[in-house]
Each structure stands twice: as C-alpha cells, then as structure tokens.
Ligand binder design. Structure first.
Ligand code: ATP
Ligand code: MG
Length: 770
C-alpha cells in the first residue's frame, strides 16, 4: 500500500497518532497521502472505518476518495463519514435534528434561494432596497454566521449596522418558521449543537479518533473551530494544504488557519513534500515562476523527475469565437491522437465565458460536461420541480411555496398572495398554514393548490422516487406548460434528467447523499444502536426513527443531495466527455491537457481584484491552481475582443503571460505585438471596455499600447478602430482607445489631446477620422 510512495510521503502516512500538517505544493501527493493514511490506519487496526472523519472540498472528491479507499482495502465504505463540511454537518443535523431545534425534513436554501428569501423579507418589512441592498444583507448574514455570530453577538456600533442586525434577526425567525437552513447555517448549527450538547459532543469526540482534512488552506474560521471542537476529546487532526492554492478568501476562507494550526496543533509535526508527480517540467516550472511573483508565501520548492515535456503553448485570436474555435480544433487533434476526452479540460475564470465554448463544442459534436456554472440543480425548470418535491416534504417552506403556487399559472394573483402573506405574518405561521383563513374565490384557488400538494404527498408514500418525480412533473402541470413553450424541449429534457438523477441517486444511496446507515455503521454508533438508551437517561434521547431504521426517506435524502451537490451535471455522467469548468471548480483535479482561456487583463486577473487589497495575489494563486492541473499539455489562450454581458470588450494580454519565462513558452501566434513602445500614452492601462462606465482606466500594470485590431465598429458609413485618430468639433484631436456596442448603441472612449478622456456615442457625436 505504501510501497509506491516516496520516503516523505511514507513518513506522513505512517505518522504515529498525534496532530500533523502536510504543507506542500500542487501535485505533490497530498490527497494521495491523506487517502493512503486512512487506509493504513484501518489496515493496521488503529481505527475502524467508522472512527474516521475526512473532510474534502467537493462531493466529487469525496466520492473519489471513497473509491480509492475501497481499491486499497477490501472494506465497505458505505456509511463512512467522508464528505464536505456542508455534507457532514447536514448529516449531523439530520441525526440530531431535535436537539438542533430543526424539523427532520428541514430544507436547505442554496444562495439563490437565500437571496430570494431575503428579498421577500425586505419587501414585507418595507425596507428600503437602496439602504439595505439584498446582496449586502446576504453577505452580512453569512459573514456573521461564518464568524460564529448570532444577532445578539454582533457588534452593532452604528445605526446602519443595527438595521442589518435587525434584518438578520428577522431573517432567522423566518427560516425557523419555514423549517429551512442556508449553507452557513448548516455549519453554525452543527457547531452550536456540539458546543452546547455535551452528551452528543462527547459521543462524537470519542467516536472520531482521526480527523483528516484536505485543502486545509481554504477553511474558514468557523470550520476551523468546528474541527477543533470535534477533536477536543483527544482525536488526531491530520491536515493537508498548500497556501499557494488558497483561492476562497472572498468567501471567508482564512489561509492564516494554516499557521494557526501549526502553532496550536502540529508543532514540529510539519511534513513537506517537494516532488511533483503530476506535471512535466515546463508546466511545473512555469507555475513555479508565476507564483514566485507573490509575496507572503510559506515557501516551497517543487521539482519533477518527469523531464521537460512540451512547452506551454500560447495562442492569441481576434475574438472569443475564434479563440473557442481554435481550442476546439486543437482538442479534436488531441482526441484523434488518442487522448481520452475526459482527460481534456477547458478552464475559465468567469462562468460567462463558457457559453461560447459550449456552443462551439456543441456545433462540433464533441461531448462535453460542464461543472459549476449554472448547475443542473439550479436550472429554472429543475428548481420548479424540486420546489414541488420540497413542499411535499415540508409544506411550510415559503420560498418553495412562492416559487410554484402560481407556476404554472393557476389564477393565484399577487394580491391574493399579499393577503395570504399578511395573514401568515399576523398569525406567525407559514403561508401554507394561513390558507384556511382566506375566504372567497381566492381562498378556494389556494385550497385547490393545497389539495394538489396533499395528493402529491400521498403519492410520495406509494411511489419510488423516480416515479414520484415523473408523477409530480405531470400532475403539477409543469409538463404541459413546457410542452407549450418555445424552448420547452430542452427544459423537458432536463426534467427527464432529474428523474434519471433520482434513479442514479437511489441506486448509489449510501455512497454519498444522506445514506441510510449500514448495519455495521449503526452497530458502531451508540446513538444509532441500542446503546442509545444509555444516553436517553441524560435527557438527549435520540429520535426513535434514527434508532435501527434509515434516518431519511429517499425523497428527503435526494432533496439534500440536490442542495448540496457541487454541480455535477448528471446529464452526462459516465460519458467520455471533455470537461469544462471554472478555475475555482478545478481545484484538486488533474487532466492530461488543460486549456486556460481568456488570459486578458480584466478577465484574468479579474478587474474586481485589481482594486482589492491582496486581490491580485489571489488571482495569481488562481492562475497557479489552473496551471498545475495539467499533466502533459498546457495551453494558454486569449482573444483581442470578446462579447461579455452583452458588450464587446477589447483587452490587453494578461500580465500573467509576461510572468512566465520565455524558455517554457511557445507562441503559436505572433508575440511581437506585445512590445512596449517607448512613447506610451498615459491612458494605457488595464482592461478597457468601451466604456459605458465612464471612468478612465486605473489599472496598475505596466502601460502598453493597444495592438492594431482588425475588429472595429461601423456606424453609418464610417468605420472606427482602436488606435484611430479622430477630430471632434468641440474637444479637438484625439485617439480612440476603446469601443463598445454596435450600430446606434456604439460608443467610443476617446483620449483627447487637450480635454482628457471622454466617452461618446458614435451615432450622435460628430467625429471626423484624421
Ligand atoms: P493538489 O495540490 O493539486 O490537490 P495533491 O498534492 O493533492 O495536488 P495528488 O492529487 O495527491 O496531489 O497527486 C498528484 C498526482 O500524483 C496523482 O495522480 C497521484 O496519483 C500522483 N502521485 C502522488 N504521489 C505519487 C508517487 N509517490 N508515485 C507516483 N505517483 C504519485
Ligand atoms: Mg489534492
């Protein structure tokens, strides 16, 4: 089992009981060490499979870990506690929902659901959107929860903040009423449960003797506290991570946890791995050179025995369409030379970039699979169907209620819902519970909806899950509705996929999701076995249904799965398909060939990062993550102009390209254009996009001149290009430095010699080309 590992890896795997940190760069085998250590601990009888808890970053990696584990050992991994923080907390809360103050069938709000719940709250409370924008409220609530703060503990030092805290309090009450929890709540609730309930805490502290955490650099403060609490009974904590791959600061991740962990736990037990087994030399050295531009690193040295391999190829195209076409052509060549499609990945910084690539792949007939982005479970039609299912499980879920009470339309208008909302608020109930109080015609329509739901709930007791979903799609009217819609065929197909996803889920149940625990797991777990009675005397009787029987119905389990699933597109699961994903979603994965697209200033590094403290360094870590996914071939591509959010944007090359030494690079298109002219105009800077935004470029990069672009904008009989000289009657002579839009909407950003930069509508401004 450990024979194939190098001495440092072996040392890490076989460390004696105690805390330890493996601090090592990309592809050095951290995840492999972690998995092998689990297997080794079990094999040497130091712990049973149920005495281990392992935290991974995505559901996909949890699945992979279990698969690898069962390849190493002849054990049944069902029921093992391996999953994401959210998944594990969900499981804990389901098993102890009563102690956690939740209904057993509590529903999970994803961030879109959470946002709409907040909007609803603001509206009902008559709060001014400008003063308290829903997204800010959401950020405030989640940020507070991630620091472990309930409304009473937040420091409300001024009036505005007091308002925020008040909204947080109301939001919380609304969630309680509806029996729903958001992502941050999963963690905080589970943390509080362990903190406050000594018998439960001590039980799990005794049970989990080894706690292992992958991607430790991306834990947030609350997650770290959760781990510390759980390990408080004497468990060994084994964390692996890479500070250079910390890419979730924007979501509260605190890379400082690594140093804290070393100080508080791992003192002296820090293992470094330096040999990279993933990438060939040119790729690895490029990534090393890039990340060396960051300061404040813990510092690592990575080398490979694999030889130089191919240089990193760079290709620049005129437009995003041409870029996508080039990527697809190259991909086709790779596939025909024998690379499996699933070993080829296209990465992008921003989800909006995927559309063009998807379109091009689709037209070429190459199967592909998109991770992240508009996740399957987030598509409108899927969410509608899920809302019906959620109402079957818990009719008090107001978010789901409002989503489908009048979808498809059944004559229930906004006024009726407003009345219903008032009644519910008055009585402190959910909308569902308030229906009886509403009289008249609108009352009758709502009653009919309630009857529809109870009819569906009855079916839920009879039908297996996939059939239930089919039944719901049909009887809710969704099928008929989408059949009559223009783009309905796709949507119906997705609904069919939901049925398939449920079938796959039911088949795999126990591997992930919320499994009915195996007999063995139950025997191991006193709370779930007869020994529970021992605890019952202490006032913490477990729910009778968790004793000896499955914890959740397949429907409830599937609904949690749908909320927690990290975006695997079930539609093409198993098919040999090219992989598309954001750089964030690619963390921990590896592919033979990787295309990193959109290497343009403002896109990667992202323009938002340029004004934030530490933003550029985080972008560079992202780029480091992206590059180190590649085993054999790495391509960096860019476009001189692209359509984003309905605008044509012209961009300069990403600074990251110039941070990689030439010896590792091969330019497939001319690179000369990049030369910085001596006489650089003052406006040359970061990403220019037109600019409907009316602000001069504030980028901090070395100024460069725009390349001559073949693309431009034609208005009337005049054709405008970037770099062109123009004359305006009032402003005088100038140069076009940015173009956006087309036809009558076309705008130009012009640097005038005397009056500075102005943005002018080309259809209106009278310009002469000089
Ligand atoms: P990341 O930082 O990207 O998460 P990692 O440090 O977790 O990377 P792994 O994914 O565990 O690295 O390993 C990278 C690749 O190297 C995997 O394909 C793994 O199987 C392989 N590998 C690791 N150690 C060895 C070894 N000793 N011999 C051969 N291959 C190895
Ligand atoms: Mg890893």
């Amino acid at each position: 089992m450990i024979g194939s590992l190098n001495p440092q890896q072996q040392a890490a795997v076989t460390l004696p009981t105690g805390h330890a940190l493996v601090l090592a760069g990309a592809g050095s085998g951290k995840t492999r060490v972690l998995t092998t250590r689990m297997a080794w601990l079990i094999q040497t009888s130091q712990v049973s499979p149920f005495g281990l808890l392992a935290v991974t970053f995505t559901n996909k990696s949890a699945r992979e870990m279990l698969t690898r584990l069962s390849a190493l050992l002849p054990i049944n991994t069902r029921g093992m506690w391996v999953g994401t923080f959210h998944g594990l907390c969900n499981r804990l809360l389901r098993a102890h929902h009563r102690d956690a103050g939740l209904p057993q069938t509590f529903q999970i709000l994803d961030s879109a659901d959470q946002l709409s719940a907040i909007k609803r709250l603001l509206k009902a409370a008559g709060v001014d959107d400008d003063k308290y924008p829903p997204r800010d409220v959401q950020r405030f609530i989640n940020g507070s929860k991630e620091q472990g703060l309930r409304p009473d503990n937040v420091d409300a030092y001024d009036a505005h903040r007091r308002g925020m805290v008040d909204l947080y309090r109301q939001y919380q009450a609304q969630c309680e009423r509806e029996g729903v929890v958001d992502f941050a709540e999963l963690l905080l609730r589970a943390y509080e449960l362990l903190l406050r309930n000594a018998p439960i805490r001590e039980h799990y502290q005794r049970r989990f003797q080894h706690i292992l955490v992958d991607e430790f650099q991306d834990t947030n403060d609350l997650q770290y506290r959760w781990l510390k609490l759980l390990a408080g009974g004497g468990a060994s904590l084994f964390a692996v991570g890479d500070d250079d791959q910390s890419i979730y600061a924007f979501r509260g991740a605190n890379v400082g946890n690594m140093a804290a962990f070393e100080r508080e736990f791992a003192q002296g037990n820090v293992i470094r791995l330096e040999q990279n087994y993933r990438s060939f030399g040119h790729i690895l050295d490029s990534a090393n050179a890039l990340i060396a531009h960051n300061s404040a690193r813990l510092g690592k040295n990575l080398w490979t025995e694999q030889g130089e391999g191919e240089p990193v190829r760079i290709c620049e195209q005129g437009t995003d369409l041409l870029e996508a076409q080039w990527v697809v052509d190259e991909m086709r060549a790779l596939i025909s030379s024998g690379h499996p499609r699933r070993d080829i990945a296209v990465l992008y910084r921003s989800n909006a970039q995927s559309r063009v690539i998807e379109h091009t792949l689709f037209s070429s007939g190459i199967p592909y699979k998109v991770y992240g982005g508009q996740r399957f479970f987030e598509r409108q039609e899927v969410k509608h169907a899920l809302a019906y299912l959620r109402l079957i499980a818990n009719p008090n879920d107001d978010t789901s209620w409002l989503r489908v009470v009048n979808f498809p339309a059944r004559g229930i208008g906004a006024r009726t819902l407003e009345q219903l909302g008032d009644l519910a608020r008055g009585a402190g109930t959910s909308l569902y519970q308030a229906v009886d109080a509403l009289q008249g015609k609108s009352g009758a329509k709502l009653q009919a909806f309630v009857e529809l739901l109870s009819g569906l709930a009855e079916q839920a007791r009879e039908l297996p899950l996939p059939e239930l979903i089919e039944h719901v799609v049909h009887h809710s009217g969704l099928r008929t509705f989408y059949m009559g819609e223009k783009e309905g065929a796709d949507r119906l197909e997705n609904l069919q996929e939901l049925v398939n996803a449920a079938a796959v889920f039911v088949g795999e149940e126990g591997l992930m999701g919320e499994p009915a625990l195996s007999q063995a797991a139950r025997a191991e777990d006193p709370l779930l076995s007869g020994q529970a009675l021992l605890l019952a005397g202490q006032g913490n009787a477990p729910d009778p249904e968790t004793v000896g029987g499955p914890t959740l119905s397949p429907l409830d389990a599937f609904l949690s799965h749908a909320s927690l699933e990290a975006g695997d597109n079930q539609a093409q699961a198993g098919e040999d398909a090219v992989q598309l994903m954001t750089v964030h979603a690619a963390k921990g994965l590896e592919f033979d060939a990787v295309f990193i697209t959109g290497l343009e200033e403002g896109l990667f590094p992202h323009e938002n990062s340029l004004t934030e403290q530490g933003g550029l360094e985080e972008e560079r870590r992202l780029m480091y993550v992206a590059m180190t996914r590649a085993r054999k071939r790495l391509y960096l591509t860019l476009a001189q102009s692209r359509m984003l959010h309905g605008q044509t944007r012209y961009a300069l090359r990403s600074r990251f390209l110039s941070e990689i030494p030439d010896v590792h690079l091969k330019w497939l298109t001319p690179r000369e254009q990049q030369r910085v002219p001596v006489d650089t105009p003052p406006w040359a800077g970061a990403y220019r996009r037109g600019d409907a935004y009316g602000r001069p470029s504030t980028g901090t990069m070395a100024p460069r001149t725009p390349r001559s672009l073949t693309t431009g904008v034609t208005v009337g009989d005049q054709h405008f290009r970037i770099g062109q000289g123009v004359q305006h009657a009032k402003f005088g002579d100038g140069t076009i430095i940015g173009l956006s839009g087309s036809g009558t909407d076309a705008q130009a950003q012009i640097q005038f010699r005397d009056v500075g930069t102005k943005t002018l509508a080309l259809g209106v401004a009278k310009l002469a080309i000089t």
